[in-house]
Design a protein around this ligand. Sequence first.
Ligand code: PLP
Length: 216
Amino acid sequence: MSLQDIRARVDRAAAAAGRPPASVTLVAVSKVQPADRVRAVLETGHRTFGENRVQEADGKWPAFRAEFGVVELHLLGPLQSNKLGRALELFDVIHSLDRDKLAQRLADAVQARGRCPTLFAQVNTGREPQKAGLDPEAIDAFVAACRTRYHLPLFGLMAIPPADEDPAPHFEALRAMAERNGLPGLSMGMSADFETAIAHGATHVRVGSALFGTRD
Ligand SMILES: *Cc1c(COP(=O)(O)O)cnc(C)c1O
């Protein structure tokens, strides 16, 4: 489906929820996609992309940025402390902050650089053992620690609901966690469920396969 078609669906879902289209950022998830597909989306003028891995992003985005200019890059996958320095050079937004040790390291790196990316804390709303993210009951304390202990300004929360469940209750739970913590950002919704996520307040939807085609 073209970028234009996806954006039209995002706009319709926003309108149906009584929200302005500009309140939803469409993150084009380009992980593992061939360069020509990514290039085609860049040529439409889209400039907001998501990647899962620091190393993979490092292999392709410096060249795309040299060619296409400013691109807002979002890190969606788990972040290892040893990749933090490079991650901060590549990414404008990090969706996967999920533990105190990483927050402490990030705080130190941000202080040294004087520049902080936009930050989402990831919540494992389905409590799946194989999935990254904070447990739902840990989120309030983590947000408080980011504010008072690490002085890291969190923008919002991110979740990936279990693949085999109705995502709506997970989106609603994430919305409630963000609201009670005074966080404006909600990164939720992927190819299969971004319209549902928008109905539940998503500010950032992360769409890969619906836009680029299935990943090999
Ligand atoms: C791969 C991925 C996406 C995109 O998934 P699609 O189903 O292809 O849209 C979104 N968010 C995260 C965290 C991902 O890893």
